[in-house]
Design a protein around this ligand. Structure first.
Ligand code: GDP
Ligand code: MG
Length: 160
């Protein structure tokens, strides 16, 4: 459309979205992708991969001192994940709003239409991830999509 042709000057933003192991395992991928596309995001890149312990620990380094860290790493390495770079105006905040609060169990009453309410189970197994800021989004995108230029990260997750 003409809107798309004139879009070059619009400030598009990119964020990292992830369908976590529980979301892939329980076949929520198609439903989640439908919400993504219906909400106006463009899937710029996507990849199925599996985090190893080093990769999950690096990705969630900000939580390394938390009591739930080892449980989180076990969960995040329990199976493949689908990572996607989503693009649209205000992508970071809009994707966080779509996924809903961290605790999927609480989300079922407070944010029943959120993705975590629909697909998640509890405070840990909440089926999806989203970058939380302008700082974390590019870091998380290059963690998965930085390619060979980012060196050591290649050893932290394996493309499937
Ligand atoms: P998010 O940004 O909404 O994903 O939440 P956080 O950055 O606070 O936490 C990262 C991830 O760790 C969450 O998505 C959950 O999977 C997990 N998590 C967060 N808080 C807890 C907790 O208190 N207990 C457990 N077991 N897992 C948690
Ligand atoms: Mg977070």
């Amino acid at each position: 459309t003409s809107r798309h042709l004139s879009n070059a000057s619009v400030e598009e933003e990119k964020t990292l979205a992830m369908i976590k192991p529980d979301g892939l395992f329980s076949n929520h991928t198609d439903a989640i992708k439908k919400v993504i596309l219906d909400s106006g995001f463009h899937i710029f890149e996507e990849m199925i991969t599996q985090l190893n312990k080093d990769g999950a620990s690096s990705f969630y380094a900000e939580h390394s001192s938390k009591s739930f860290f080892s449980s989180l790493i076990k969960y995040m390495t329990s199976g493949p994940v689908l990572v996607m770079v989503l693009e649209k105006e205000n992508a970071i905040a809009d994707w966080r709003n779509l996924i809903g609060p961290t605790d999927a169990r609480k989300a079922k009453s407070t944010h029943p239409h959120s993705i975590r309410a629909m697909c998640g189970q509890d405070l840990e197994k909440n089926c999806v991830h989203g970058s939380d800021s302008l700082q974390s989004a590019p870091r998380e995108i290059s963690f998965f999509f930085g390619g060979t230029l980012s060196g050591t990260e290649a050893t932290m997750h394996d493309e499937l």
